[in-house]
Design a binder for this molecule. Structure first.
Ligand code: XMP
Length: 516
């Protein structure tokens, strides 16, 4: 497969994932890889159908590595920003340090007689560079210049090469996707042959490799684990067994959802009621990190015990653990720019970390080459219901990190009831899918209010609603006052013990999406 793909070689740009996403949206299968990975694959005799060199923070004046192996393949090649500078230099042009850098929105113009797709004569694009190609190599034409008269786009039609000093992959670049499409279709002459059917075929192939072995799934009911399990079930049928752990930290909608999936899909889902043990282990704990660690550890203990019981009762042995891991997580853990770099733990994320090693299971990750929206597309292709596929994400520790401080049954109830109201109102106003995530948080403060004719001294619910596509950064959602007012009224009227509702208007960064 790797031979029929577009290889996006990552020089450390913060936008490399976006190049890959846009490329796939345009109907081309593509993978991100490091320079070393591409070198190894080429040495093993592999060859892509086309290459894209990403931007990067380096300067050709400091980076002395030899990249000629990439250009010697004589394949269609797109160089973006730093990638264009490498290309310009390799083919005999000249790169110079700029007198002025170009950062952010920049106007670029088509040279007389030139055209790219349906671009008007002048467009605004996203730039981030200091060095630039000052002398264009032989055989290349200048197609666009920036308003500072710097070379912005070069093309060598006969060799199927293109260089862009700006970033067509970011939303801020007008006609960015059209320009990429122009490169792939017109300059490189590639066919658009990557769609949901192809993605599914690949995911199926991956699952087939397990043969007759038994596969286990820590099923959450979220879109990723649902799509992964549905794919696996189609291929291996009853050899897949899904366990859903009820940690008592779920919302009313989650309890409803898991029952619906149990009744309306062919998946073999077993619900493990582990509320009591989670509550017992969390009793007296108010530190967020400690709560997260306890929830993670308890999950593993409960899951492991149940699985061993099942294996004993059915005289089988599970070999694989099915997970809905997505491509961004795979890249995150393999990219040399991120791996090995020192990073601070902001929150210890709890999913099923540690389980495969502990239980000696091999991993089965049919979505590991897909982005979330592609996983959703496959979900629809598999015939899953729209509302299952477009559910908001819900974190593993659930309400455990939405009751700030120590967890008590009554505080869990307050979050459950208020969350249900927010959920109902978002659906009612047709807003649910226009925001990325929405939930309520119980703040550990008491405030004075009046209810009826009496004084109330009760707690505060905070509404957290965010818009984001990648959950790495997020903005608070600009919901109407009428909507917020209705939700606030319902919560203070219907949720016992709540007198005040506030709306969180913090973006990420600096805030994270969850409060703990
Ligand atoms: P933060 O709070 O880090 O959240 O901005 C980003 C996204 O991750 C979700 N989240 C988790 N998901 N296990 C999960 O599966 C976790 O431990 C966890 N913590 C946060 C959060 O809901 C948001 O979508």
């Amino acid at each position: 497969m790797i031979d029929r793909q577009i290889w996006i070689i990552d020089f450390g740009s913060q936008y490399t994932q976006l190049i890959t996403r846009k490329t796939r949206e345009l109907g081309h299968s593509s993978v991100i890889m490091t320079v070393e990975e591409s070198r190894d694959l080429i040495n093993q005799g592999h060859k892509p159908e086309c290459i894209v060199l990403s931007g990067g923070p380096q300067s050709v004046f400091e980076d002395k590595e030899d990249y000629s192996f990439v250009f010697e393949l004589n394949l269609p090649l797109l160089g973006i920003c730093y990638g264009m500078q490498l290309m310009g230099q390799y083919f005999g042009g000249k790169v110079e340090k700029g007198v002025i850098g170009e950062y952010g929105h920049t106007k670029v113009k088509l040279k007389d007689g030139q055209s790219i797709a349906n671009c008007p004569p002048e467009i605004s694009v996203w730039m981030s560079h200091f060095d630039h190609v000052s002398v264009v190599p032989q055989g290349f034409e200048i197609v666009m210049e920036s308003h500072n008269k710097l070379v912005a786009t070069i093309v060598n039609k006969s060799k199927k090469l293109m260089g862009l000093q700006f970033h067509p992959e970011v939303e801020h670049s007008e006609h960015g996707k059209d320009i990429l499409k122009h490169f792939y279709s017109v300059i490189a002459g590639l066919k658009e042959d990557w769609d949901a059917g192809e993605m599914l075929k690949e995911a199926n192939e991956l699952v087939k490799s397990v043969g007759k072995d038994y596969v286990l799934c820590a099923f959450s009911g979220g879109v990723d684990s649902l799509v992964a399990a549905t794919i696996a079930h189609h291929v291996i049928g009853k050899n897949l067994h899904c366990f859903f752990v009820d940690n008592g930290l779920l919302r009313p909608q989650d309890y409803g959802h898991i029952q619906v999936l149990k009744n309306q899909t062919d998946l073999n889902i077993e619900i493990i009621d582990a509320k009591e043990i989670f509550y017992k282990n969390l009793s007296g704990i108010d530190d967020p990190e400690q709560k997260r660690k306890i929830i993670g550890r308890t999950f593993i203990e409960v899951f492991e015990t149940k699985v061993h019981e099942y294996e004993r009762d059915h005289a089988i042995k599970f070999t694989y653990l099915l997970q809905g891991t997505l491509y961004p997580d795979v890249i995150e853990s393999t990219s040399p720019h991120k791996k090995g770099g020192k990073s601070v733990t902001i929150k210890s994320h709890h999913n099923v970390g540690g389980l495969p090693e502990r239980m000696n299971l091999k991993l089965l990750e049919p979505l590991r080459f897909l982005f979330k929206d592609e996983g959703r597309t496959i979900g629809m292709e598999l015939g899953l219901k729209h509302e299952w596929v477009y559910r908001h994400p819900f974190p593993g520790p659930g309400i455990g990190v939405r009751v700030l401080g120590e967890l008590f049954p009554d505080s869990i109830r307050k979050v459950q009831e208020s969350d249900q109201i927010l959920f109902e109102e978002l659906l009612e106003m047709n807003l649910y899918e226009s925001v990325a995530q929405a939930f309520t948080v119980l703040l550990p403060v008491k405030t004075v209010g009046v209810k009826g004719d009496g004084r109330a001294y009760e707690e505060v619910i905070c509404l957290r609603v965010v818009s984001t596509s990648d959950f790495m950064t997020a903005t608070w959602s600009d919901l109407s006052y009428a909507f917020l007012s209705k939700v606030s009224n319902r919560i203070t009227n219907e949720v016992r013990g709540i007198t005040r509702v506030v709306y969180d208007i913090t973006s990420k960064p600096p805030g994270t999406i969850e409060w703990e």
